[in-house]
Write a protein that binds this ligand. Structure first.
Ligand SMILES: [Mn+2]
Length: 288
């Protein structure tokens, strides 16, 4: 398994200096830095090349995360919106190819967060499947894993459990279309986290990790050794990426709903120490 973190642990904006965060992630001992895929669209060629060069030099893999805006909803009842979404996500994958980022992860079967004004789940499912079939083809041609994130009921009504995720992947029926499970969402929706991972089996191609309150793994009550055992049972060898959200402020704090400090008022130095400790804990808990 390869271990990583989302850059947003260190910032309050859904963007940032990824070269800086790649260096930071590497210093702490990570294998992966996860960035905002939406940023790649406007990123000049030169910057893409520089980020690619630095990540290669550091031995850091870049994964790309997206929660598409409603205007790019590939499951929208409006055909023009669906087409705009397919173009947007295809353009992102072209940029990812230049960056040599081979995993697109997130809610790329609809938009995020859902506003729950249209609750036609069946319709959104069927339209999304048709769009994702086309996107999966683009992903396959570029050698990208297109990992659909299963999220909790407060963020979408379409995919809330691993069982739904597997059913959706089977409907799409495209080898590049896989699943992303996230322990924070699973803690809300699944009966048993380890069983959900076993159910996802070969469809699982990315894992987000965080405690039930999105604090660093190892600081709360989630059954990390059981999760690790399930991952080893299915022969999981892909990304395990933390998404810790522990400080208030900015668009990140607002979107993630961080209304209090969860870091223990940590200094920047302590934040780095804490994430390093969590990484060591996870590597141990997930060891075979
Ligand atoms: Mn996630």
């Amino acid at each position: 398994m390869k271990f990583g973190t989302l850059y947003a642990y260190w910032t309050h904006d859904w963007t940032g200096d990824y070269k800086h965060f790649a260096r930071k992630a590497s210093e702490i001992g990570f294998d992966i830095l996860e960035i905002s895929a939406g940023d790649l669209i406007a990123m000049p060629e030169k910057e893409l090349c520089e980020l690619k060069a630095i990540s290669k030099e550091l031995g850091i893999e870049i994964t790309s995360n997206i929660g598409p805006a409603k205007k790019y909803d590939v499951a929208s009842p409006d055909k023009n919106v669906r087409e705009a979404g397919i173009k947007f996500l295809s353009d992102i994958m072209e940029k990812m190819d230049k960056l040599d980022s081979r995993s697109l992860v997130g809610v790329m079967y609809t938009y995020w967060p859902n506003d729950f004004t249209d609750l036609d789940k069946e319709g959104a499912w069927a339209r999304g499947v048709e769009s994702v079939k086309r996107l999966g083809k683009v992903a396959g041609e570029l050698g990208i894993d297109y990992c659909l994130e299963v999220v909790n009921r407060f963020e979408t009504h379409i995919l809330n459990t691993a069982e739904e995720g597997v059913r959706y992947c089977k409907d799409v029926d495209c080898p590049s279309v896989k699943l992303l499970l996230d322990t924070f969402h699973m803690n809300i929706e699944e009966d048993n986290l380890a069983d959900a991972i076993r159910l996802a089996g070969p469809y699982l191609a990315h894992l987000h990790v965080g405690e039930g309150n999105r604090k660093l793994p190892g600081t709360g009550h989630l059954p990390w050794r059981d999760i690790g055992k399930a991952l080893n049972d299915i022969g999981y060898n892909k990304g395990v990426v933390m998404e810790p959200f522990v400080t208030m402020g900015g668009k990140v704090g607002e979107d993630i709903k961080v209304w209090r400090d969860l870091s223990g008022n940590a200094t920047p130095e302590k934040m780095d120490e804490d994430i390093k400790k969590s990484l060591m804990f996870l590597r141990d808990a997930f060891a075979r």
